[in-house]
Design a protein around this ligand. Sequence first.
Ligand SMILES: [Zn+2]
Length: 277
Amino acid sequence: MPELPEIEVIRRGLQLHLPDRRIEAVFYNGKKLRHPVPLEPMQKLLIGGKISKVCRRAKFLLVHIDNDAVLVIHLGMTGRLGLFPEGSALAPHDHLRWRLDGGLELRLHDARRFGSVRLLTAGEAMDIETTLFKSIGPEPFSDACSPAYLFAQAEKRKQPIKTFLMDMKIVAGIGNIYANECLFNTGINPARPAGGLSLHDWQRLLPELRAILQHAIDCGGSTISDYLNAGGKPGYFQIHFKVYGKKGEPCQECGTPIGMVRLGGRASYFCPACQKK
Ligand SMILES: [Zn+2]
């Protein structure tokens, strides 16, 4: 499943190619996605409109149109967005296509169809934080997501710190991989109750979390043009994980075999020696 860094990398790639392109047509193969596809509203609000910018909130991509409508795309488990020359062969799971001027098509490919596409009018887009995103916490890179904020949110909570970090209501877009990695880097045991972390712990954990996300974005960012040109096929994702998926392998800090426990139903990898506290 794509996590926040992958979505941010896709956003950057789209932002390089989409602004100032006019949408000429929308095609939909009728296959159900997670939410009903707003084909008619898209034809009404998007065609003839020019894309102004591509933003991201949590794992949603926001394609802004010059009439202030916003196309909101979530890639779910297997969704991919790619740019193709108009008329090039379609793949079996290319469910939606937006034909752009300049002979290009933006295509949404999604084998498992957990992705979604919504369209917000200008008015709806203004309220997006209190409607569509009302249950989503601040972005990890934002000022609102501070050590003091996280410390206050975690206060008195007994749930494991790792589960807390992955709660979208607390902070947006921290998936399993990055929660595991940042806890390893700070020596914090993933099962430790979230409320037990001191403000000082948060002052160490948040910069680590941001650094890991930024590193992943940088790794993907260097090859983003290729990514889009290859039709959104992953392949850029060559990040070296320290604990994620490494059960039984020696810890690269101390050689102790990496352990695995299930927390909140999710596999949690850790070094029993380096992450004692
Ligand atoms: Zn270790």
